[in-house]
Design a binder for this molecule. Structure first.
Ligand SMILES: [Zn+2]
Ligand SMILES: [Zn+2]
Length: 347
């Protein structure tokens, strides 16, 4: 079992996951080496090569773990965290550690090995989002899991080990440091002003317009004022909402359309770069044992969003040493370029 260890100097948790070293060497190469559908464990017909599915969309009502699915979610074969066991939070002298209990799942986005997410039909992208939603809802029933993170790595340079379109999900028993900082900042703003920090930010950005890439009926895509990376983009729902799983059908469809347009636009403008996206949504709202007040104002002060980071620059010594990022492309310029591309498509 892996172990979570807390750095006593900076308070950062690290997952020590020895098992992951067993991953085949080829998939850790920087260069992309597509194994092809015949050797791909995520392709239809290879259902026995993955752990049994935990969720699937099967319009033909086919049996679990057989072909016939449109979406399939399976535990990661090389999980960073394991679902069984006690957390066993403990101290070891000045160190804090706990067992690596959590869930690590792979969301297979299409049966088609060579498809790419932005090219999938809108309806299929919507099903991917439905799978995110259903897995988050299900995993929150497990009170051990405080935070569930959905993320997507595209291409080897962004950490993807397989070419077959997929996203991943990790459920963990702690609030990640980055999320905690966002939650605390949002709560402090709300306590002072009785308003949502993100709603305030959105109304200002929409008024100024210079960093807004796209505005749809329900969503805003913008490059943030202090973007860390060139063409970093954030997608926010326009209506205040703390939790991704609360989207209605109409919003879900608009989100799928927005995501598709942005992914197509970035691919066409920036030569199909590797990227990561990360869904920031509410932590598990189930009250924690002994902490009934935890994140009590969450529905009022937090605002879910998706962060999209094209991997156009490498994080180097200066960034590691300072936590500062050097971004050679001002977000205003990135937004202007992407707006231009979107309008030239007339989309
Ligand atoms: Zn495949
Ligand atoms: Zn808000």
């Amino acid at each position: 079992m892996s172990e979570l260890r807390r750095d006593p100097i900076v308070g950062r948790w690290v997952i020590i996951a020895e098992r992951r070293a067993e991953r085949p060497v080829a998939i850790m190469d920087e260069e992309e080496r597509d194994v092809g559908p015949s050797a791909c464990p995520l392709c239809p017909g290879k259902e026995r090569n993955t752990p049994p599915e935990v969720f699937a969309i099967r319009p033909d009502c086919s049996e679990p773990n057989t072909p016939g699915w449109l979406i399939r979610v399976v535990p990661n074969k090389y999980p960073a965290l394991t679902i069984e066991g006690d957390l066993n939070r403990r101290g070891l002298g000045m160190f804090d550690l706990m067992n690596g209990v959590g869930a690590h799942e792979v969301i297979i986005e299409t049966p088609e090995h060579n498809a790419r997410l932005p090219d999938l039909p809108l309806q299929q992208i919507k099903l991917v989002l439905v799978a995110y939603r259903e897995r988050i809802i299900d995993l929150r029933n497990d009170k051990r899991f405080i935070y569930i993170l959905v993320f997507r790595n595209y291409r080897a340079a962004a950490g993807a080990s397989l070419l077959h379109p997929h996203s991943q999900l990790i459920a963990i028993a702690i609030t990640p440091e980055i999320v905690k900082r966002k939650l605390e900042s949002a709560r402090a703003h709300f306590m002072e002003k009785q308003r949502c920090l993100f709603c305030d930010l959105l109304s200002q950005e929409l008024r100024l317009g210079e960093r807004v890439v796209l505005e749809t009926e329900h969503f805003v895509v913008l490059s943030p004022f202090a973007a860390r990376f060139p063409y970093e983009l954030h997608i926010y729902p326009k209506a205040h909402c703390h939790d991704f799983v609360l989207m209605n059908e109409e919003q879900l469809e608009d989100f799928a359309r927005t995501l598709k347009r942005i992914l197509c636009c970035v691919r066409d403008t920036l030569n199909d770069p590797p990227y990561n996206y990360v869904l920031h949504t509410s932590p598990n709202p189930v009250p924690r044992l002994g902490r009934p007040d935890y994140w009590q104002t969450l529905p009022y002060d937090y605002h879910w969003h998706l962060e999209f980071i094209p991997r156009l620059t490498r994080v180097a010594g200066f960034e590691w040493g300072t936590g500062f990022y050097i971004n050679p492309v001002p977000p205003e310029l990135a937004a202007e370029v992407l707006r231009g591309e979107l309008s030239s498509k007339g989309a």
